[in-house]
Design a protein around this ligand. Structure first.
Ligand code: 5GP
Ligand code: MN
Length: 340
């Protein structure tokens, strides 16, 4: 975090503040872990904090320290709106633009509080008085660790903070596998383990809580896998019926797209998930090397994210979405063939 941003935040913190911390819609491990970690840290500095998420999140995150105090805007809209109105400072974490928070967007846009952004996505919007953005970072959770350091408060690292930040880093790096994992990421992880984050326990809590239905759904997903070897692309489709037949719960399809990317020779993978309730097809993109799925998602699916992990949506039917996707791909043949 640069000196100027550090100075602005230090001035904001001169006296105890009422702080709201917000993560993105469909929060993942990094959104929840970074927000809760930051919340414990700011409380330890004498501020009062409230963590708000736009909507619900997967059960495999519901054991994290502090998780019971999270307000879900979609469920408790009045309470959430009142907290936002009353806030001196609003921290927005793990997203780069206010259109990533669904129904909460208008509430935040009307707020007169001071905003602070901490995020690692590409092309950050300019709404905060202090923007700590670094697209090279493994995760927002790693950035919260550096934020504490910049505040000169690294001794405040508690077990609760460590567990939350470790979970965010671990989930956003695919367990320290993705190229965003730097030597510093490992050094931070080591410090978090020293502060009480038990890696084996966290891994079990996150990854070994599969329901039998989810495993069967993974079977369906793998069966639906389509491989286009000449385009170095693989994709998976999931219909609403397939989800319903397996008692789909939030988070059940998390990670499925990585199986498509794990096929030898594949540099671009996608999963298309039908969502009848929202009348959209939600899409996750993953890539290897320098093929930018951030650009691909922005150009064709009103989405975005990172170079190697991004998302977007389509308002066409699932079949139409797939046929369009297949018709777009040949334009990228050169890039897909020479990605390195
Ligand atoms: P996932 O595929 O795991 O949902 O998301 C991958 C990455 O892309 C995450 O960093 C996420 O924040 C971002 N992302 C997912 N969906 C969207 C979207 O619709 N719009 C934008 N701008 N980013 C997205
Ligand atoms: Mn993240």
């Amino acid at each position: 975090m640069n000196k100027e941003t550090t100075q602005i935040v230090k001035e904001l913190f001169a006296s105890p503040q009422k702080i709201v911390i917000v993560g993105h819609k469909n929060p993942d491990g990094d959104a929840i872990g970074s927000c809760l970690g930051l919340s414990f840290f700011l409380e330890s500095m004498g501020h009062s904090t409230t963590v708000i998420m736009p909507n619900d999140f997967p059960d495999f995150l519901k054991w994290l320290p502090g998780v019971d105090d999270i307000i879900i805007h979609e469920r408790e809209t009045n309470k959430s709106t009142a907290q936002i109105k009353d806030a001196d400072i609003i921290f927005t974490l793990d997203f780069n633009s206010l259109d990533r928070i669904g129904e909460m967007q208008s509430v935040l846009e009307e707020s007169t509080s001071k905003f602070v952004m901490i995020d690692h996505h590409q092309q950050p919007a300019d709404y905060a008085v202090a923007t700590y953005s670094n697209v090279k970072m493994s995760s927002t959770s790693e950035m919260v660790f550096h934020f504490m350091d910049a505040m000169g408060q690294s001794e405040k690292l508690s077990k609760e903070i460590a567990i939350n930040l470790y979970t965010g880093i671990m989930t956003d790096t695919g367990s320290f596998r993705f190229s965003s994992t730097s030597p510093t990421t490992h050094r931070v992880a080591a410090k978090l383990i020293e502060a009480g984050a038990e890696s084996a326990v966290i891994n079990q809590n996150i990854y070994d809580t599969n329901s039998p239905e989810r495993m069967k759904l993974l079977g369906v997903a793998l069966n639906n896998l389509v491989i286009l070897p000449e385009l170095h692309t693989a994709y998976i489709t999931m219909t609403q019926k397939e989800l319903d037949d397996h008692n789909f719960k939030k988070g059940d399809t998390e990670g499925f797209v990585n199986y498509a990317l794990s096929v030898k020779g594949i540099v671009f993978a996608a999963i298309f998930i039908e969502n009848k309730q929202e009348s959209i097809v939600k899409i996750s993109f993953r890539s290897k090397d320098d093929f930018s799925v951030n650009d691909f998602a922005r150009n064709h699916y009103s989405g975005g994210g990172h170079i190697n992990a991004a998302g977007g949506k389509s308002s066409q039917s699932l079949n139409k979405t797939i046929s369009e996707f297949i018709s777009i791909l040949p334009r990228y043949k050169n890039e897909l063939t020479h990605a390195s």
